[in-house]
Write a protein that binds this ligand. Structure first.
Ligand SMILES: Cc1cc2nc3c(=O)[nH]c(=O)nc-3n(C[C@H](O)[C@H](O)[C@H](O)COP(=O)(O)OP(=O)(O)OC[C@H]3O[C@@H](n4cnc5c(N)ncnc54)[C@H](O)[C@@H]3O)c2cc1C
Length: 668
């Protein structure tokens, strides 16, 4: 019997033994591609229903009723710690000195430990502060505005190091043994990367062989770029363990272990140095026949990649939070300089080119903060909330905007932006550290999931509901009758879903806004309440209502475009990285617009100083206008682009047998 899936993102029916493990047809891929994809597919978190972010790609706008603001009680709990942290940073930390010497003074690390900064989210039962994700993000904002090195130390320790996976997956015994140690300030680190393993864990060489009695594993291999590695007492190490037979085939297994660095066989062989984050304690670590007890496995044997990916899902929120702190500092320096510095007869902030940079900086910072707080609040309301997409969008959008912001701030300060803080101070000017910020900030679009990988990750999740409905129909690995059944099922689903994505469309913006309301009213019950949600969330300002309606309308346009791309490219869509990247960027902009409008509305409603006509409204309005222009540009790029030409040219440039005309030794 053919059944229509109740909702696009409903869980898939259980897969039978003769069905492939992955929804994506890997039969035409190279061995390396297949291995990488199957490993990461197997480690994906199973979906627990749709989320606001995933709905955006399916044409459903399901924002929270109002901005999920932090409760006063939670805020008070965080404030006490944040005040001490700010005091410590102000009185005891010289971030430029840390940058210059490449070392964090032991006294600063001790003081941070005394404040509880190594156990911010760890429950008091284990000696931590037990603060919420929102307060943790607020701490990252404070740190990010002062010192990238301290941010990285604390974030690598507790966003991805031992505490986070232990809180998520640890047994009671593991928690009782290790959480008090890390909460007290024993530094930890996360070791996944290897020389051959960057974004693709399938090629991992570090190997853990079980002993004959199965009670221990013998760990061998080398990890690269392990932040905190030179000072860490504890590591989470991802290693391959013996392959398992799945559906008659040997499948690689990755397992996560807690490893103590004072165990025999663990050696730091090199401290890595970088263009920024000069005081990062980043190591190459070797493991030579290290005996790891079985009880130090996190979650279960073979679940290491799940541990790593899930840890990173929430851990990823720290980077955009830190970027908010840095962006606010950039804005502070830029405001002052643009007002004080006069050239060509006026303060430079009065020249339109500089004014534009300031407006963009302020609005993007507000949006970045709104997105991060909105995602953090979801974790606080439900510890097991599926925030994969929201966190990835915050990371992708936030780190890319932060790079733009620091670059703009440097431009606004002209030559002084390029000068080091120390040099400025030596010649009697204020030690503004934009040059350091720029160096420290560059890595943010690379680690914890590079922008390219984030786009692929988000695209995979965005396509998931479609893959569940239609992938089987196109999967050449399946028998014909199964593909036929799947095709009929998909046709039934899309014949209902697709027309809905057109309702509300109109030729002019005004018309489409009117029909938008009609369209939404005529939609299914769930979407009616969505409209009610919008109305109650945005009670006051037509401006914000208009922008949110644009988001709802554009979400349907995005869903349609994604669907058309699926029809055009079939299973090969997965290879259209630039096209998918545009869809992802549109989704991230829609998320940013929603968070911005809801937060602006919340601030105006809750704080009288943000009343009608306030700067918050102006900022949100400007942000949304600019975001809409970026979105329209991305839609244009879906149809008109040079993707094919750029790929062909790149492949020619890369051909090793060709002598390329721009090589340095081929000067005419
Ligand atoms: C300062 C620093 C600190 C770090 N800290 C840690 C740590 O604590 N623990 C840890 O385990 N690792 C850490 N890393 C490693 C970091 O996470 C990796 O650098 C990152 O995962 C990228 O890997 P890679 O540099 O090998 O790049 P590669 O994977 O080799 O990628 C090179 C480029 O190709 C792009 N690319 C790769 N695959 C694809 C694809 N399929 N499609 C499109 N583009 C693609 C990437 O985005 C990147 O731009 C750190 C790195 C640095 C530099």
């Amino acid at each position: 019997m053919i059944t229509i899936p109740p909702s696009p993102s409903a869980p898939p029916p259980p897969r039978s033994a003769d069905e492939p493990a992955s929804l994506i047809d890997t039969s035409k891929m190279s061995e390396g591609q297949r291995a990488a994809l199957e490993l990461t597919e197997a480690a994906r978190e199973t979906v627990r229903g749709s989320t606001f972010a995933s709905d955006l790609f399916m044409g459903a706008f399901t924002p929270p009723q109002a901005f999920p603001a932090q409760s006063l009680e939670d805020r008070d709990q965080g404030d006490a710690f944040l005040k001490s942290l700010e005091r410590l940073l102000h009185n005891n930390v010289d971030a430029d000195e840390i940058d210059r010497t490449g070392e964090i003074p032991d006294g600063v690390i001790r003081e941070l430990a005394r404040l509880g900064a190594f156990g911010i989210k760890i429950s008091p039962e284990y000696g931590g502060l037990g603060l919420s994700q929102t307060n943790y993000c607020r701490a990252a904002m404070v740190l990010g505005g002062v010192c990238g090195n301290l941010t990285a130390l604390l974030s690598a320790h507790q966003s991805i190091g031992v505490p986070q996976p232990l809180i998520l997956f640890g047994t009671d015994e593991q928690k009782a043994k290790y959480l008090p140690r890390v909460a007290r300030g024993e530094i930890s680190a996360f070791a996944l990367t290897e020389a051959g393993v960057g974004s693709d864990p399938a090629t991992m060489q570090t190997y853990a062989e079980p002993t004959e009695d199965g009670q221990e594993f013998i760990l061998n291999g080398e990890k690269l770029w392990c932040t905190n590695g030179t000072r860490a007492g504890l590591l989470v190490v991802m290693a391959k363990t013996p392959a398992k037979q799945v559906r008659g085939k040997a499948k690689d297994q990755v397992t996560a272990f807690i490893v103590e660095t004072n165990w025999p066989g663990v050696t730091v062989t090199h401290r890595c140095r970088f263009m920024g984050l000069k005081a990062l304690y980043n190591a190459v670590i070797r493991f030579d026949n290290v005996r790891v007890p079985r009880e130090n496995i996190l979650l279960a044997e073979g679940k290491g990649l799940r541990v790593a990916l899930t840890t990173l899902n929430t851990g990823r929120l720290t980077l955009p939070a830190a970027c908010v702190g840095m962006a606010k500092r950039c804005l502070k320096y830029s405001r002052r300089w643009a007002s004080d510095r006069a050239q060509w007869g006026a303060p430079i902030g009065k020249h339109a080119a500089i004014a534009d940079l300031i407006a963009r900086m302020a609005a993007n910072t507000f949006a970045m903060e709104s997105m991060t707080l909105m995602a953090a609040s979801r974790v606080d309301r439900d510890k097991h909330a599926d925030i994969r997409l929201e966190a990835a969008m915050c990371k992708l959008w936030g780190t890319e905007r932060a790079w733009e912001i620091v670059n703009d701030a440097l431009q606004i300060r002209g030559g002084r932006g390029y000068e080091t803080a120390g040099s400025l101070q030596e010649r009697g000017e204020e030690a503004v550290p934009l040059e350091r910020f720029l160096r420290d900030c560059r890595i943010n679009t690379i680690f914890e999931g590079s922008s390219e990988i984030m786009r692929l990750f988000i695209a995979r999740e965005a396509l998931d509901p479609h893959l569940k409905v239609s992938a089987a129909a196109l999967d050449s690995r399946l028998p014909l009758f199964k593909r036929f059944q799947a095709a009929v099922r998909a046709a039934a689903f899309y014949s209902r879903w697709y027309p809905k994505q057109w309702i509300g469309g109109g030729k002019t913006e005004d018309r489409s806004q009117k029909s938008e309301v009609r369209g939404q009213k005529s939609e299914a019950g769930g979407q009616k309440s969505e409209v009610r949600g919008q109305k109650s969330a945005v009670r006051r300002h037509k401006v914000l209502v208009r922008h949110l309606r644009y988001v709802a309308r554009t979400s349907r346009r995005l869903a349609r475009s994604l669907f058309h791309a699926m029809l055009r490219h079939g299973p090969k869509l997965e290879r259209q990285q630039l096209l998918l990247g545009r869809f992802v960027d549109i989704g991230a902009e829609l998320f940013a617009m929603t968070a911005t409008c809801l937060r602006a509305d919340h601030l105006m409603a809750s704080e009288p100083k943000h009343g009608q006509g306030s700067d918050v409204l102006e900022m949100a309005d400007y942000f949304c206008q600019a975001s809409r222009l970026r979105i329209e540009e991305k839609f244009r790029g879906v149809r008109h682009n040079t993707d094919g030409a750029s790929y062909r040219l790149a492949q020619r440039v890369l051909e090793s047998s060709r002598r390329f005309s721009l090589e340095p030794d081929s000067v005419p």
